[in-house]
Write a protein that binds this ligand. Structure first.
Ligand SMILES: Nc1ncnc2c1ncn2[C@@H]1O[C@H](COP(=O)(O)OP(=O)(O)OP(=O)(O)O)[C@@H](O)[C@H]1O
Ligand SMILES: [Mg+2]
Length: 414
């Protein structure tokens, strides 16, 4: 082979199921709507709460957006809000800025009137790389401490906190106070939260005054064109051909979930390459589809099958699941479900016909595939919302619902 031919990368260097596509050969499809919303927030100095269904590309969007900031050494990414405290957040940020940091044990906690929670002390000493005027000793005793806020803004840090739905209430309270303090004069510093649509509401619920600083930013499921771009660009990098019609079916099977597109593409590319072919065939994709099903079988297929009914005319449990899987929001009210089921059935279905089956879907006997969540939103309205217990189930249900139409698998035979 001539040196003029560029080397073919490995399939796993191109497709990245389960990883964020940040490397050169990875495929990233721009998400203009969400990227535009992020830009607006950053410019206006607001806090975006990036939300969207499981695996839809929230973390990817944010990390791609701030790639330059990261190269500049100004990005602090906290991958989960689980067990997080503001003291820990400061510790991570200051550590990033080369301070040596010490968090004092809870025995020495202060109770800050503004913060309203026990905070503890964070002590930090500037490290060697900072200029003299920024060398300072910090003793931070509250989430609204001005000294630490000015250090963060001088450094023009971008702080990203992912998985906000795992945050405790006390962390949320601290965060709200911190956000209010940073908005009052911390140019340069930016905070980005990633979570579910409820997280923004929970933050607002704990303090109405925060409303104007927080901006919900949705990442929607991928359009067919976006998913098709992953298929086309990825296979092109791998010098693999695919028939137009087949690429379309692959896209349809992926039901707008980038995770699934990436996984099916990787498996079918490897299957073609193993046989030294330069064309991806239907058999490669069917194999990828059945591998996807096998891989998730223990966790999801069995739950899915125990939830749906295979007989009966109405099959409301199955209808409800499929209706919920197509809703944009991850949290559905009875009215949302009723409307979506009515559209799917082409007739108006009363809520009373659905409430029994909906309750069943939350029971152990039917795999507890759904759960109810009660939320106090804006301080007063209590809504009984339904959501998938396992967040991955939503795209899986769509996947199962679509499989018959793609001709790439035979779930009924399983
Ligand atoms: N814009 C994109 N272009 C190409 N692939 C993408 C894009 N966004 C996401 N992906 C693929 O989808 C997968 C899931 O993305 P990501 O982890 O960012 O989603 P998420 O919404 O943060 O998921 P979770 O709900 O699990 O936190 C990634 O591994 C990546 O391969
Ligand atoms: Mg994520």
């Amino acid at each position: 082979m001539s040196f003029l031919h560029s080397k073919r990368p490995e399939a796993h260097e191109v497709f990245t199921p389960g990883r964020v596509p940040l490397a050169k050969n990875n495929i990233y499809v721009p998400r203009p709507a969400a990227e535009g919303a992020l830009l607006r927030c950053v410019q206006r100095h607001w806090v975006p709460v990036v939300f969207g269904e499981f695996g839809v590309g929230k973390t990817t969007l944010v990390l791609r957006y701030f790639q330059d900031v990261k190269e500049d050494g100004r990005l602090v990414f906290i991958s989960s809000a689980e067990a997080l405290t503001m003291a820990r957040v400061f510790e991570v940020c200051l550590d990033h800025l080369n301070y040596s940091v010490e968090v004092e044990s809870s025995s020495a906690q202060s109770v800050d009137a503004n913060a309203g929670v026990n905070f503890g002390f964070v002590k930090a000493e500037a490290g060697g790389t900072l200029t003299d005027e920024r060398r300072r000793r910090l003793v931070i005793s509250s989430p609204t401490d001005t000294a630490v806020i000015s250090v963060l803004s001088e450094a023009k840090l971008v702080l990203v906190i992912d998985e906000m739905h795992r945050a405790t209430d006390s962390f949320r309270t601290e965060l709200v106070n911190f956000i209010k303090a940073t908005r009052a004069g911390a140019e340069g510093f930016n905070l980005v939260l990633i979570g579910t649509s409820l997280d923004a509401k929970l933050l607002v619920a704990s303090d109405e005054g925060i409303n104007r600083y927080i901006q919900e930013t949705r990442v929607s499921v991928m359009t067919a064109d976006e998913a098709r771009t992953i298929v086309d660009q990825g296979f092109e990098k791998l010098k693999l051909r695919i028939a137009d019609e087949l690429a379309d079916r692959l896209v349809r099977a992926s039901v707008g979930a980038p995770t699934i597109v990436q996984e099916l593409c990787l498996d079918s590319a490897e299957s073609a390459l193993e046989e030294s072919r330069d064309e991806v065939l239907e058999s490669d994709i069917s194999k990828a589809v059945s591998r996807y099903l096998d891989q998730h079988e223990a966790r999801m297929s069995s739950r899915y099958y125990s939830a749906i009914e295979t007989q009966g005319q109405k099959r409301y449990r199955k209808r409800i699941l499929h209706a919920m899987a197509t809703l944009e929001s991850d949290y559905a009210t009875m009215e949302d479900i009723r409307d979506a089921v009515s559209v799917a059935l082409g007739e108006s279905v009363p809520s009373t016909a659905l409430s029994g089956p909906l309750r069943d879907l939350k029971e152990e006997d039917y795999g507890r595939i759904l759960q109810g969540v009660d939320r106090v939103i804006s301080g007063e309205v209590i809504q009984n919302l339904s959501t998938f217990t396992d967040p991955m189930m939503k795209s899986f249900v769509r996947f199962m619902g679509n499989l018959d139409t793609t001709g790439l698998g035979t779930p009924g035979a399983r």
